[in-house]
Structure formats: C-alpha cells, structure tokens
Ligand binder design. Structure first.
Ligand SMILES: [Zn+2]
Ligand SMILES: [Zn+2]
Length: 385
C-alpha cells in the first residue's frame, strides 16, 4: 500500500499549491539521483515524492485523491494512462522535476533537460536571391529593386490560420505543451525522451476551423518589391542577410531571412584583383616611343594617363585611389594601367617603306636580359606580388 501523498510531502490536507511545490522541491533536491550517487533508497524517495507531487499539484487529480484515495488516481500521475496503478520510473520522475524546476535546480544538463522541446513556432523559409552587378555598381554602391514571390501573413485571419471568430484549439495529443514523450529502451532501462509534438508541430494548438483564405496555413502568396542596398566594394564572396525579410512562418511563426548573393558581370575593360583593377592600354609602337597623354576608362569615368617617352611593353602605370572601395573600410584600391605595345599586322606600302627607313636609324634592341628583368620587377612591384 503506497504511503499517503500528503505524508510523503510532509504537508497538511489544506496545503496550498505553493506549499506543495515548495515541499516537493525541497525533497527532490535532497533525494535527486545526481546528489546521491545512484543510491537506491534515495531514488525510491525521489520517485515517491515526484508521484505525490504530480497528483497533488493538479486540482482535479487532488480532488479525486481526496475522495477515493490512491484508487481515484490510478495511473493518473502518469498523465492519465489507463490501466492499473503504475509507479513512476526514474526517468519519468526526472522529467517531471526538469519540467517544473529544470531552470532552478541546477540540473539542466541531465537527460538533456536544457533542451526540452519548447513551444517554438515554426519559422518561415529563407529566401536566396542572386543579384547581377557590374563593376561600376560595385565602385559606387547601388540600390536595386527586387521583385520577390513570397508568402505573407494572411490578412483575413491575421496569420492565425483559424476562421475569424473561431479560435484555435488545444492540441489533443500533447494537451497544449507542444511536447511529445517517447519511451525508449536502453541498457540503463527505460528512458522517456521529450520531443516536439508531431500533431501540432510543437505549437500546442491546432486549427479545427481553418480560415478559407489561407486554408489554415496563416499565409498567402504575394509579390513584393524590396530595395536592396548594395554597399560599395562587394565581391562574390560577400552576401547580405536581411533578417525577417524571407518567407513568413506558418500561423504567425517568425519569418525567414532574405539572403542576397552577388554575381559580378565580366567587364572586358578591367580585371579585378581584390580592390585593385587592371586595365590594358594598347599603344602603337610610335605612341610608346614618343609618349604622351592617353585617355583610359575607369569605373569613375575617363582619366588621362601620362605615358613617358620610351615606354616598354608591360610597363605599369598606377593611379592610386582609383580602384574599387574596400567593402569594410571604404578605402579605394589602385587602378593599374598596363601598357601593351601593339605592332601593326597589315602593312600598307607606305607604312612598310616608313618602317624600313626607321629600321635603318633605330639601332638594335639591347641583347642582354637585364632590361626584361627590370621590367618584370616593376610589374611585380605594381601588383604587390
Ligand atoms: Zn487566413
Ligand atoms: Zn501537440
């Protein structure tokens, strides 16, 4: 014959809910298996106290117990399973303790108590979009309008999914806790694990009379336009996360994020090296030999570069601060102009005779390789290689 529940907790018949809770907590802390090195007698006391608490904390079970004794709550402590009287096993007792005192007892780590299923509302999906941008847009930054097909909360039911003037009902499977208990067998005995309720998806409520507009989902389709501010200096390695701009969650769950990725269009005029840009300037043989000012296109418009007389092929002229802005500090990189000497391929009779005259007076190119090496060193310096 089990002991009287009031005696077990050491409280009187008129004890308040608060008294019962306090008395149980004191006993549970004293006999908790974690504090008693698995002592069997302590474990029995812990289970007994938990069982008494589980009946007396619930007004209707307590009333039945007061009227009919233990027979009135046959199995009631175990959440109302029918059948003969069954005592708690240790994992169930621990679950009860964790449920009501998990955050207070300092035992959060045991049996995954800290990860009890919460009534977390389901979150909407993230939306991923790819924006095509040009180097000019990267240089200045740009605001782009983007059309998105997405889901927003249904206006008819305010996102609840329930037909207006009806309400959501408590989930019959979990009784509104959003949690489902599952028993599993392990070498240590039976464990009760607690997970999200499959019927209500941990929401604790179900929609019995769904909204006609959204069919109970709480969301409707829509197309909306968002302004995306592309900061200067982005590359394909960067992306922007706009919190809460993704798909709305079902039945007022939190919205997902909008993740914007970038695809940088190829630009035949420039090659990008981080924040630096390289531009090839084609010079004829006479332009390279005579030098002069030549226009070049940068992302900020046209610039003049001064080519000195006697400029060799692959000479690099660097314009500082004319490259792309750094995405984090905004400082601009360099714009490198690489001089490429172009040789005519189609010789007119006139050109041919002029070149022949030139050949007689221009002399021989240097035979050693030191000039080439010097040029190569300059190229490497300019590119920081
Ligand atoms: Zn609706
Ligand atoms: Zn449920």
């Amino acid at each position: 014959m089990p002991r009287d529940y009031y005696d077990v907790l050491g409280v009187g018949q008129n004890a308040s809910e608060g008294d019962i809770k306090k008395a149980y907590r004191r006993l549970a802390m004293e006999y908790h298996p974690d504090r008693n090195n698995g002592d069997k007698a302590a474990e029995e006391k812990f289970k007994e106290a938990t069982e008494a608490y589980e009946v007396l904390r619930d007004p209707s079970k307590r009333q039945r117990y007061d009227r009919f004794g233990h027979a009135g709550v046959s199995g009631a402590a175990r959440g109302g399973f029918s059948g003969g009287f069954t005592h708690f096993d240790i994992s169930e007792a621990l679950n009860v303790f964790m449920r009501d005192f998990g955050g207070m007892g300092g035992f959060d780590s045991i049996f995954g108590g800290g990860q009890r299923a919460r009534r977390a509302r389901r979150r909407g999906q993230d939306l991923r979009v790819t924006l095509d941008i040009t180097l000019e847009e990267i240089a200045h930054g740009v605001t782009r309008k983007l059309k998105l097909k997405s889901l927003i909360p249904c206006e008819v039911c305010d996102g609840s999914g329930a037909r207006p003037d009806t309400s959501t009902a408590v989930c019959p499977t979990c009784g509104g806790t959003g949690e489902a208990r599952r028993a599993s067998q392990s070498i240590f005995g039976q464990f009760i694990s607690v997970g999200p309720c499959p019927q209500c998806d941990a929401e604790g409520t179900i929609v019995s009379d769904p909204c006609e507009e959204c069919r109970g989902d709480g969301r409707i389709r829509e197309q909306r336009t968002v302004d995306i501010e592309v900061p200067p200096g982005v590359s394909e390695q960067n992306y922007i996360t706009l919190r809460g701009q993704g798909v709305a969650g079902p039945r007022n769950g939190p919205a997902g994020d909008l993740i914007v990725e970038f695809r940088v269009a190829e630009d035949p005029r420039f090659a990008r090296h981080g924040d630096d840009l390289v531009h090839d300037l084609l010079l004829s043989f006479s332009q390279a030999a005579l030098g002069g000012d030549f226009p070049v296109q940068t992302p900020y418009g046209e610039e003049q570069v001064t080519v000195s007389p006697g400029t060799q092929n692959d000479t690099v002229i660097t314009l500082r601060g004319r490259g792309l802005p750094n995405v984090s500090d905004g400082r601009k990189g360099s714009f490198h102009v690489r001089c490429r000497v172009w040789t005519p391929t189609k010789l007119t009779p006139e050109l041919k005779s002029l070149l022949k005259r030139l050949a007689k007076v221009e002399g021989q190119p240097p035979s050693n390789e030191s000039l080439g090496q010097k040029l190569w060193d300059k190229v490497k310096e300019a590119f920081g290689a």
